[in-house]
Design a protein around this ligand. Structure first.
Ligand code: SF4
Ligand code: SF4
Length: 178
């Protein structure tokens, strides 16, 4: 499908696992910012960034939520970097059926980082005093038609998994939040 080319600003967060000390401030501010009403509570289970922790091995990996995955992947690997062994899913950003991260605790719906839309800087970056998180921006050319197609595929996958009524109820509930 050929759509019109359009420039899109891509925002991302560069992560330095060597600087992360596992304080979890990023999880606190993200979940508080996305609470309804805003800042009324904080619950790391609602955070769009999770810190994979193994303190005895000095392993702390902050991972912010990416795309929803319909099925578990088949190509898992353990990684050994600088003498530290990281578990198979440590670097994965997907909300996936095989683990609990990045799922809204009440509805089970997938969570995805929205780069703190409306804020001048991602709040997890602002709150990370260790400078383990750095906001980055770049411009990319995308086809408008493809973006729409991706949205439809994503919605269809969600409807298949959770049922259309659950999706509609969740959207209605979210639209009432401030
Ligand atoms: S706030 Fe920074 S140092 Fe603390 S857990 Fe998050 S990424 Fe790591
Ligand atoms: S950028 Fe905002 S929404 Fe994304 S993980 Fe950080 S605090 Fe959460």
């Amino acid at each position: 499908m050929n759509g019109e080319k359009k420039k899109k600003l891509i925002k991302s967060i560069k992560i330095d696992v060597d600087k992360c000390n596992g304080c979890r401030a990023c999880e606190v501010i993200c979940s508080a910012h996305h609470a309804g009403p805003k800042y009324s509570s904080n619950n790391p289970a609602r955070s769009r960034i999770r810190v994979i922790r193994d303190p005895l091995a000095d392993i702390y990996v902050p991972v912010y939520a990416g795309e929803y995955a319909v099925a578990e992947c088949a190509g898992r690997d353990k990684y050994t970097i600088d003498g530290k062994e990281y578990k198979e899913c440590a670097f994965c950003r997907a909300s996936c059926p095989s683990r609990d991260e990045f799922k809204e605790p009440d509805s089970g719906l997938p969570l995805k980082c929205d780069m703190c839309e409306g804020e001048d800087e991602p709040l997890c970056v602002k709150w990370c005093l260790a400078d383990a998180l750095v906001a980055e921006e770049r411009e990319e050319e995308v086809e408008e038609g493809v973006a729409q197609e991706e949205l439809e595929i994503g919605l269809e996958a969600l409807a298949n998994k959770y049922g259309l009524q659950t999706i509609m109820d969740t959207v209605a509930r979210m639209s009432k939040k401030d």
